[in-house]
Design a protein around this ligand. Structure first.
Ligand code: HEC
Length: 128
């Protein structure tokens, strides 16, 4: 093996290692966020994955994959959604009519801290 192929092999190996470390970190973030969300009661009204309505019934809150698709590319989305999670949504602006029941979300500040809310929101926005 020449010196340059060895260097190439090593840098390829480093890339693979970095990628798998990043993956493991993402898994850890997902696990932690799910735990926080479960503890705060978010799953009473939300699911993670989009589900087609059965018998024309829509979920209470929008699936978090739908939230991600709607907000992912919007600047300031994470801060906006953190405030919505803590303080509740505007009852006069139901933007989930076709995907959720169309009611407002009550404030969750009694159930979740601001830093946990932000953590969960960042994870929600990463869902595909
Ligand atoms: C009592 C039911 C309920 C609970 C509990 C609940 N949500 Fe919601 N959530 C809703 C509803 C309903 C909406 C849609 C609000 C709207 O369209 O105005 C919503 C919307 C959202 C949105 C999108 C907001 C937007 O402006 O589009 C996010 C993000 C969210 N919820 C996260 C959470 C998190 C995180 C928790 C737990 C801390 C939580 N929700 C707990 C009912 C709930």
């Amino acid at each position: 093996m020449t010196h340059s192929t060895l260097a190439q092999t090593l840098s390829a190996l480093a890339l693979v290692l970095t990628a798998s470390v990043a993956c493991a970190q993402q898994d850890a973030v997902a696990e932690q966020s799910k735990k926080i969300a479960a503890g705060a009661g978010c799953f009473t009204c939300h699911t993670i994955s989009h589900q087609d309505s059965k018998d024309g019934k829509l979920p209470v809150g929008p699936a978090w994959q739908d939230v991600a698709a709607q907000y992912r590319d919007k600047p300031g989305a994470a801060e906006f959604l953190t405030r919505v999670v803590l303080e509740g949504s505007n009852p006069y602006a139901s933007h989930w009519k076709s995907k959720a029941a169309g009611i407002a979300m009550p404030p969750n500040a009694v159930a979740i801290s601001e830093s946990d809310a932000r953590k969960v929101v960042y994870w929600i926005l990463s869902l595909k």
